[in-house]
Design a protein around this ligand. Structure first.
Ligand code: GLN
Length: 300
């Protein structure tokens, strides 16, 4: 195929023309509707009911530009600047990983485990756009949630999202994993620690495909075997969890077994793995033993 076809803005005079022109250029119908809706401000229903609506010259140029970038592979989420997650719209920029529905499994598992706890302290490390921290904070207004990231640009997106979505119970901290908490007023121990760290192995061919080509490498891969950050997160968790507290991590479809082994090896109890919608192992966790149950004395 030749390089991305240019869509002449003059072919985008009305809504119906624009949808036809984008489809002819090779854009899937849904993406064409999303782009036209985004630029014109018309809802997707209005695109149908007002399909003769004129598109102004500036909007035609913008649609043409976004369509060309999409045809060159840029992710829809970055072009639109937003993505849905757990029923809400989050701002996203190329500084953050694009929210995946897979990560909703982690949020559901976390909320289940927080059900019995009043005013829980929660930590989300490597928060990116803030989806995990903010979804938990909004479902549990009594929770105090800390969201960390090593990237200042990513943390700024998380802070914007927390503000826009009214998650006033989220606090942001810049830095690597547990180190981000130094000098903050975070509690010494949390009821739940969650993380969706970079877990793709450096050699994984997926890094050169699809949306991943445009996402921050530092949010996707550990430039190692895929388990480097998961190891650090598991190793540091016992010192930062209350007894009975939970650690939950997202991981790759083939990392369930090694992550369960890491958790078990570190002394976690009730170790489990949950599957994503595609049926792949996606999230594992464990509970730091309750000291009152005398389990701690048996730990290595
Ligand atoms: N699940 C993402 C993917 O495979 C990766 C997310 C991550 O590295 N944390 O595209």
């Amino acid at each position: 195929m030749s390089s991305s076809p240019v869509i002449p803005p003059e072919n985008l005079a009305r809504v119906s023309d624009a949808l036809t022109a984008l489809a002819r250029a090779g854009l899937p119908a849904l993406e064409a509707r999303m782009l036209v809706s985004h630029v014109t401000g018309l809802s997707r229903v209005q695109l149908i009911t007002q399909d003769a609506c004129a598109i102004d010259v500036a909007a035609r140029a913008r649609i043409s530009e976004l369509a060309a970038r999409r045809l060159a592979g840029e992710p829809m989420a970055y072009l639109l600047g937003e993505r849905e997650f757990f029923g809400r719209t989050f701002k996203v920029t190329p500084a953050v990983l694009i929210p995946r529905p897979d990560t909703e499994v982690l949020v559901e598992q976390a909320l289940d485990r927080l059900e019995e706890r009043d005013a829980p302290a929660v930590l989300d490390m490597g928060t990116g756009s803030g989806i995990i921290a903010i979804s938990i904070a909004l479902a549990r207004r009594d929770a105090r949630v800390w969201a960390t990231d090593a990237s200042a640009d990513a943390l700024a997106v998380a802070i914007d999202n927390a503000k826009a979505l009214g998650a006033t119970n989220v606090q942001a901290a810049l830095g690597d994993w547990y180190g981000a908490l130094a000098g903050t007023d975070a509690p010494p121990a949390f009821d739940l620690i969650a993380s969706n760290p970079p877990y793709i192995a450096a050699t994984d061919a997926h890094l050169d495909q699809g949306d991943l080509r445009f996402e921050p490498a530092s949010a996707l891969t550990d430039h190692d075997d895929g388990l480097r950050h998961l190891r650090s997160i598991v190793a540091g968790a016992p010192a930062r969890l209350v007894s009975g507290g939970w650690l939950l991590v997202e991981h790759g479809y083939d990392q369930g077994e090694p992550v369960r082994a890491l958790l078990g090896g570190a002394g976690f109890a009730n170790v489990f793995t949950a599957q994503d919608l595609a049926g792949h192992d996606r999230c594992s966790g464990g509970q730091w033993p309750d000291q009152n149950a005398g389990a701690r004395s048996s730990l290595k």
